[in-house]
Design a protein around this ligand. Structure first.
Ligand code: ADP
Length: 494
């Protein structure tokens, strides 16, 4: 009987389930969206029961679709939207509040007040993160400050807290565990010791007993309850989505990097067995622990990546579909001197200006919509270049190629330009679902479905490699123009 690995990929807008075979090929895939809840401007919540139900639905559906029996699943891997937090009653399993989503900005004041009290330094040194509402810790504090009686119940041991991996695992198996890649996004975890940290817990007034036990990302977590699939199946792998994608892209060596081009872009580079702390306000994070100690990554993100194309489509009506942007960009011979800074929500690394606004520069009578579309695509690549430069500066080394995935990575113009402007090969993976694949690899490594990282390296195949074709002089000139445009945009403070 053929066996497979089942990956559960719990994302921000949908829950997916993917079945992989030994070659890392997709056998079957199922997906279900769930509602986004916006109680106030800047607030984002999910109903934890929606998350659970859509995830279970996808998991069962993906097996039915491919006529795969639960007996044929050797192990389950979980990957998830990171930082989103849920608290629930340990006995009844009932959530005490909606999940507060990573995007939610409700804790900006808590963060500002902690920064004023001087906590920024210990947060950076211990967690590798910044005091930002993005991360889970201040969201838990907010719940304690706002849900009557919650703190008292937590102190008595009646409450469990968890990121989404933990919420799913608790419901699948009854166990309260997480892995270090997810723990490293909470603000409560010391990435050097690999433990929850008392000083950080005290900073936020969080009782330690609400937290899950931390187990390696690859290893036996627990088995699913019999009633779920009709048979107990081991859960053997857990990692946050970006780290799972780094693993799925087989970025196992120091300096190997991947960039995911979605709404925003997430660039992660493997930094080996020691965390590298950034001088450019990038994040240091745990990549995974496959049972032989933690490995680390540096992470930078572009806020507006593929979203700039959405904006051209929905707000400006310059393209009908995102895919049309490629044809439009190629209809002109160059950007015609037009540079687009898509600072719609400020600019992130390495500029860090939350007040910056979007700008299109270099317009002439000859500029047309195709130039603007081309400049928009180029801006995704230029922002990724700035991230790579910051990462290179932090790790004191070179990055010799970039593996890519995500919705906008199918745009060949963008990928060619990315390679041109970085001056290194840009490599599309043959498997689009690298996040789910990473979780599957973690689970499959644990149960011997794959023997070691070399098995995974062998599975990794390029769909297409883009190599630099732009004259280096031209590359430097365009990069200088981009930086001049960014500087000008940062000057504009109406
Ligand atoms: P997310 O996971 O963040 O929702 P996806 O990986 O699904 O994102 O990618 C969707 C994003 O990619 C959208 O912002 C969309 O505008 C962009 N996108 C999709 N296809 C293309 C394309 N062919 N060219 C450029 N951008 C694209």
């Amino acid at each position: 009987m053929e066996t497979y690995i089942l990956a559960l990929d719990q994302g921000t807008t949908s829950s997916r389930a993917v079945v992989f075979d030994r070659s890392g090929n997709i056998i079957s895939i199922a997906q279900k969206e769930f509602p986004q809840i916006f109680p106030k401007p800047g607030w984002v919540e999910h109903n934890p029961m929606d998350i659970l139900e859509t995830q279970l639905h996808s998991a069962k559906h993906v097996l039915e679709k491919a006529s795969i029996k639960p007996e044929q699943i050797a192990s389950i891997g979980i990957t998830n939207q990171r930082e989103t937090i849920t608290l629930w009653d340990r006995n009844t399993g009932k959530p005490v509040y909606n999940s507060i989503v990573w995007q939610c900005r409700r804790t900006s004041e808590i963060c500002e007040s902690l920064e004023k009290k001087g906590y920024g330094k210990i947060v950076r040194e211990k967690t590798g993160l910044l005091l930002d509402p993005y991360f889970s810790g201040t969201k838990i504090k907010w719940l304690f400050d706002n849900v009557p009686g919650l703190y008292e119940r937590a102190e008595k041991g009646e409450i469990c807290a968890g990121t989404i991996d933990t919420w799913l695992l608790f419901n699948l198996t009854g166990k309260h565990f997480t892995d270090p890649s997810n723990a490293s996004r909470t603000l409560l975890f010391d990435i050097s010791t690999g433990k929850w940290d008392k000083e950080l817990l005290d900073m936020l007034g969080i009782p330690a007993r609400i937290l899950p036990e931390i187990k390696p990302s690859c290893g036996f977590f627990a088995s699913t309850k019999k009633e779920i699939f009709g048979r107990e199946i081991p859960v053997g792998g857990i990692a946050g989505d970006q780290q799972a994608s780094l693993f799925g892209q087989a970025c196992f060596d120091f300096g190997s990097a991947k960039n995911t081009y979605g709404t925003g872009c997430f660039m992660l580079v493997n930094t080996g067995k020691k965390p590298v702390f950034s001088s450019n306000r990038l994040l240091s994070t745990v990549a995974w622990d496959i049972g032989d100690g933690m490995e680390y990554a540096l992470e930078g993100s572009v806020f507006i990546g593929g979203a700039v194309i959405q904006w051209l489509r929905d707000q400006m009506k310059l393209v009908k579909t995102a895919a049309d942007s490629e044809r439009e960009a190629l209809s002109v011979k160059d950007n015609g001197g037009v540079y687009f800074i898509p600072a719609f929500v400020g600019l992130g690394a390495p500029y860090w200006d939350p007040e910056a606004k979007g700008t299109i520069m270099g317009l002439t009578r000859g500029s047309g919509s195709a130039h603007i579309i081309r400049a928009a695509l180029e801006s995704i690549a230029f922002q990724s270049l700035d991230l790579i430069d910051a990462i290179k500066d932090d790790i004191g080394g070179k990055i010799t190629s970039l593996k890519v995935d995500g919705g906008a990575s199918v745009n060949s113009f963008l990928m060619q330009f990315q390679s041109d402007i970085l001056g290194i090969p840009v490599i599309q993976s043959s498997i689009a679902e690298t996040t789910a694949l990473g979780a599957a690899y973690l689970a499959g490594l644990h149960c011997g479905y794959w023997n070691d990282k070399d098995d995974i390296r062998k599975n990794w195949k390029a769909r297409k490699t883009f190599t630099p074709a732009l004259d280096p002089y031209e590359r430097e000139a365009m990069t200088a123009n981009w930086h001049q445009a960014v500087r000008a945009a940062l000057q504009f403070k109406p």
